[in-house]
Design a protein around this ligand. Sequence first.
Ligand SMILES: [Zn+2]
Length: 233
Amino acid sequence: MKKWKTTNGCTVYQITGGRSNSYLVRDNDISILVDTGLENSRKELIEKLDDLLAKERLSYLTLTHAHYDHVGNAASIKEKYGPKIIIQKSEAEYLKQGTSQVPSGTNFITCLLVAIAGKINKFSEYEKAKPDFLVEDGYFLSPNCYLIHTPGHTDGSMSLILDKEIALVGDAMFGVFNWSVFPPFAADVPTMIRSWGELLETGCNTFLPGHGTKNSRKLLKKQYNKYRLKYLD
Ligand SMILES: [Zn+2]
């Protein structure tokens, strides 16, 4: 199991990988699950959580956004472990209804996929769940961990910042190619590029995405500078 640690002792475990990542964060006696993956990864998710949590409870389930491949197990995690579910306020209605927004593609292939998927609604449905806390921007979950609003992929996307060293960014960026962080889907590309700037501002060096493997600060900075010229100036 991949694991990262900050200098103040926050630990991150990558508990599911493959198509969608979810992470368990520990800061002293607080445990935070970030995203839950697809419904078909439920068994693996629960086995890993049972192992890692032992007797302690899960304090929070933080959802980076309400796409089906991130929140597919939110309802069952709530039922089994009873964490407080936290989501950005713009995403709350989707979670309550159990539907994803259909995102926009950012390239020819994904535009085509969106056009097809838009006709197959079932693709984006999941078990609905009730959020406990709605956040806007800047919300501390523990002394070293806080949430920031990083819109663009969706209106209410958010990221969890650990000790200003590691950021868990959902789909604000992808980690599938080692030369690019650009996600294949985004509701608003210029807003997403601005969020990259906000993420760089946190000082973090490691960016853990919802898909693929970690992105370095160096790569994010390079991509930010490239796309800033294209979309923001
Ligand atoms: Zn997404």
